[in-house]
Ligand binder design. Structure first.
Ligand SMILES: CC(C)(COP(=O)(O)OP(=O)(O)OC[C@H]1O[C@@H](n2cnc3c(N)ncnc32)[C@H](O)[C@@H]1OP(=O)(O)O)[C@@H](O)C(=O)NCCC(=O)NCCS
Length: 373
């Protein structure tokens, strides 16, 4: 029987029209559009439409999806009833996992699993994620929640609900670009988890919940939070090289570096580095950016590893005054657009995902009665 490398490296687990990567050239496309074209030009709403419909929207289609996304931002009563307990007892990604699972209870489409029903559920999930994260943060800080403003983009509205101040256009646009950059990434761990769940014909909320659970881990979406912790520990640029050397000598990984597929610069990191620099200049607070640059040089010199999407995202979110433990939930607010598109793609041409195994246990043996053990 054919065997695969550990971690399914190189295995084609599913066919997808949603995104593609060239790991050697450092290229990424969503439905054929280069990320270097999408990041500066597209809004996140256009990207959601693209992933859900496989085409860019025209002006009236864009207006429609913006309106649908703006109308569906409020969590349902059941989730709102749970939120104070979740805010008090759960870490942010655990809250999100539970709140999204609970959101299914009162979804207006109920058990409607038609293509149209699942499309509406996908849009609702994309719309509600930022509100769950912002409400959670305000409730845990004993602050009044700030209801969504239907006139704002998804990115600007998130900052509004989180901070209670209207973000300036530059900050809102930077977050919007971050959301575009994180929206989809082929068969990453959380997307694969979502597809495995969907392939059993479980519902789209369950598949999205499985994806959140997978994103939570520090080897996947949780890396951005660890990056900011590292920057805070380093404190100043001159200490970065020594810190990295010690970390690598003790065989610890440096979060935000390395990638299963990219063997050169992750194209998303190029944009995030530029945005981190832009915000460092705008805020006249270059420290985090300079520390990041020193870390990048030290890791390249020692291991030849490039930063991945999580590395400069940490500085960008920090400059946008997003609390560190919300970095991974912000990643989820973007990736939900990809997850739900993959789930719908899986349903459209489904077969149960059930790989084989390599058995490494003992040879078959005889049962030993308890008295003889
Ligand atoms: C992303 C990641 C999980 C990919 O893992 P992978 O494809 O299984 O690669 P491996 O962990 O097998 O790494 C291959 C080699 O590079 C090294 N390496 C990879 N990433 C590293 C990192 N961030 N820091 C230090 N060394 C690293 C490994 O130690 C290994 O070296 P070795 O061959 O001498 O043992 C891995 O690079 C990692 O853990 N990075 C840090 C977490 C992170 O930033 N995750 C977000 C991903 S977008």
């Amino acid at each position: 029987m054919a065997t695969s490398g550990k971690g399914l490296e190189g295995v084609i687990a599913a066919e997808t029209a949603l995104s593609d990567i060239d790991g050697k050239q450092g290229r990424l496309w969503y439905v054929g559009y280069d990320i270097h074209d999408l990041a500066p030009n597209a809004t996140f709403e256009e990207v959601i439409y693209l992933l859900q419909n496989l085409e860019l929207p025209n002006a009236s289609q864009l207006d429609d999806i913006k309106e649908q996304l703006a109308k569906e931002r409020e969590p349902n009563d059941f989730v709102m009833g749970l939120m104070p307990q979740l805010a008090k007892n759960c870490a942010p990604m655990s809250m999100l996992r539970t709140a999204v699972s609970a959101s299914s209870a009162k979804d207006p489409d109920g058990w409607n699993t038609s293509e149209e029903g699942n499309y509406r559920k996908a849009i609702r999930l994309c719309a509600v994620f930022p509100t769950l994260v912002a409400y959670y943060d305000r409730i845990r800080n004993d602050e009044q929640v700030v209801p969504p403003d239907q006139g704002l983009s998804l990115a600007a509205n998130f900052l509004w609900m989180l901070q209670g101040d209207k973000a300036d256009d530059e900050s809102a646009r930077i977050l919007d670009m971050c959301l575009t950059l994180h929206a989809d990434h082929t068969m990453n761990a959380s997307t694969f988890a979502a597809r495995v769940c969907a392939a059993t014909l479980s519902d789209i909320h369950s598949a999205t919940t499985a994806a959140i659970a997978a994103l939570k881990g520090p080897l996947h979406g949780g890396a951005n939070e660890q990056v900011m912790k590292m920057i805070k520990e380093i404190k100043e640029p001159s200490r970065a090289r020594d810190y990295i050397t010690k970390r690598l000598e003790s065989k610890q990984k440096v979060m935000g570096f390395g990638h299963r597929v990219y063997k050169t610069e992750d194209p998303r990191a190029t944009h995030l580095r530029r945005m981190a620099k832009q915000l460092a200049e705008k805020t006249s607070d270059g420290n985090n950016f300079e520390i990041s640059q020193e870390i990048e040089k030290a890791v390249m010199d020692a291991k030849g590893l490039y930063p991945n999407v999580d590395f400069y995202a940490a500085s960008v979110y920090g400059y946008l005054q997003i609390p560190t433990d919300l970095f991974t939930p912000v990643f989820a607010c973007s990736r939900v657009s990809g997850w739900t598109a993959h789930v719908r793609e899986q349903y459209a041409d489904n077969r149960l995902i059930r790989p084989d195994h390599g058995y490494v246990g003992p040879e078959p043996r005889k049962w030993t009665p308890l008295s003889e053990r």
